[in-house]
Design a protein around this ligand. Structure first.
Ligand code: ZN
Length: 125
């Protein structure tokens, strides 16, 4: 099967579970899990243990590679907008809004704006 892939856990093969035993009698080994999809770490790990094993081994290198946070980030009024919704008094109609978490200002949104993952009033990260 072409879309099968291996768990990226560095110690996956060291967890001795029955489903990891592969091979013919006399030459069986515990092997890295192989599946069409995984539930952890963005579809890369078969378990939280495997995700943690990978991070413990490579996490520092990955953070250094992509950029380590060295100063505090700030949530300001320029990047504090978040989408929310409430219900009308009959609980029949959703009222979509965008609210600023710093100023508490809120503005109405259309359902299309609410559903559009690219729609934002934020101008910073
Ligand atoms: Zn694994």
């Amino acid at each position: 099967m072409s879309d099968m892939k291996f768990c990226q856990g560095t110690k996956c093969h060291q967890y001795r579970t029955k489903d990891r035993i592969k091979g013919t009698k006399g030459s069986k080994t515990y092997q890295t899990r192989r599946r069409s999809n995984f539930y952890y770490g963005g579809d890369n790990f078969c378990s939280l243990n495997c995700q943690n094993d990978w991070f413990n081994k490579y996490g520092d290198q990955a953070i250094d590679h992509f950029g380590r946070t060295t100063v505090a980030k700030h949530l300001t009024k320029e990047n504090a907008w978040y989408k929310d919704y409430g219900w009308d008094s009959n609980y029949e109609t959703r009222n979509y809004i965008i609210r600023n978490g710093i100023t508490n200002e809120q503005r109405p949104l259309t359902e299309e704006q609410f559903d559009d993952i690219n729609y934002t009033l934020n101008t910073g990260e």
